[in-house]
Design a protein around this ligand. Structure first.
Ligand code: NCD
Length: 306
């Protein structure tokens, strides 16, 4: 039963619960009309303390497509935060007005903190460089859609593994499936943090490299990511590392014919646009699937049945 629960990190839900969400998302995709009024009268608060396009828009679209309504802010300076109100007080007050809260914040642990003060479910839409569980739901639905399995997959994650919260969440989530193998592809400075590696120790195999050309050859999935400029202390360091990997058509052609290339987006330079029309490039479909999986998630946490 997911009703009333929070989603702070992907492992908050069991594999069976995740399957329930994916089944519902697939049913919504098959017959969206059936769901167009199921959240009639329900309100979602969208509290974004950091920029967003996909996550915010797809949550808003998801709630509206379920017949519910959305209120909130994408600029905290328009809220009482600017007057010095604490996050705890904001959460208590907002949770008295709505049925569910979605929040993104630059500080690690914020969604978990807010969930302690909220009387309604809290969904973490990204907490600093830590976790991004609803992107993981999106990623898993995409993997299911293209690969029809979560088992026996070799997954290359490439780019900013240090600060990339979508990557941290995905790796933790995929390590729970059978026989997952990761290749962590990054420059030395942006390697996967030790705490993530420790968490998957004994659950999944992994190797580390800075050579994308070699690593791409036997992957089932290549998950590209943007270098997270906003988390760097030094702009110079960001500039030095930002174009370390650029996936071009030539590079992609070293990969298998059934490879899929994923990216949480936004893309900066790390995938050249000539890759976009390759059938292996699935990142825009991935973004669309994110809306359906969020529709399913909202329904489950609200306990809405059809
Ligand atoms: C990601 C994020 O916010 O962490 N974006 C997203 O939600 N799809 C990835 C990123 O910003 O690089």
């Amino acid at each position: 039963m997911l009703k009333g629960r929070n989603l702070i990190e992907p492992t908050n839900f069991s594999l069976e619960e995740l399957d329930e969400i994916f089944r519902l998302a697939n049913d919504i995709i098959a017959d969206e009309k059936k769901y167009s009024k199921v959240c009639d009268g329900k309100l979602l608060a969208s509290l974004f303390y950091e920029p967003s396009t996909r996550t915010k828009f797809s949550f808003d679209a998801a709630m509206y497509r379920l017949g519910g309504n959305v209120l909130g802010f994408s600029d905290p300076n328009t809220s009482s935060t600017a007057k010095g109100e604490s996050l705890a007080d904001t959460t208590v007050v907002v949770s008295n007005y709505v049925d569910i809260i979605v929040t993104r914040h630059p500080k690690e642990g914020t969604a978990k903190y807010m969930s302690k003060y909220s009387s309604v479910p809290v969904i973490n839409a990204g907490d600093g460089g830590h976790q991004h569980p609803t992107q993981t739901l999106t990623d898993l639905l995409t993997i299911d859609y293209y690969k029809k399995t979560f088992n026996n997959l070799k997954i290359g994650v490439c780019g900013d593994l240090k600060f990339g919260r979508t990557i941290h969440s995905l790796v933790k989530a995929m390590a729970r499936y059978e026989n997952t193998e990761f290749v962590f592809i990054s420059p030395e400075e942006l390697k996967m943090p030790g705490y993530v590696k420790e968490e998957i120790e004994g659950k999944a195999k992994y190797s580390e490299t800075n050579n994308l050309d070699e690593a791409i050859k036997d992957l089932d999935i290549l998950y590209m990511s943007r270098v997270q400029r906003e988390r760097f202390v030094s702009e110079e360091e960001y500039i030095r590392l930002k174009d370390y990997f650029i996936l071009t058509k030539d590079k992609l052609n070293k990969g298998k014919s059934d490879l899929i290339v994923m990216h949480p987006l936004p893309r900066v330079n790390e995938i050249s646009t000539d890759v976009d029309d390759d059938k292996r490039a699935v990142y825009f479909t991935q973004g669309k699937l994110g809306m359906y999986v969020r529709m399913a998630l909202i329904m489950k946490l609200l306990g809405v049945e059809v």
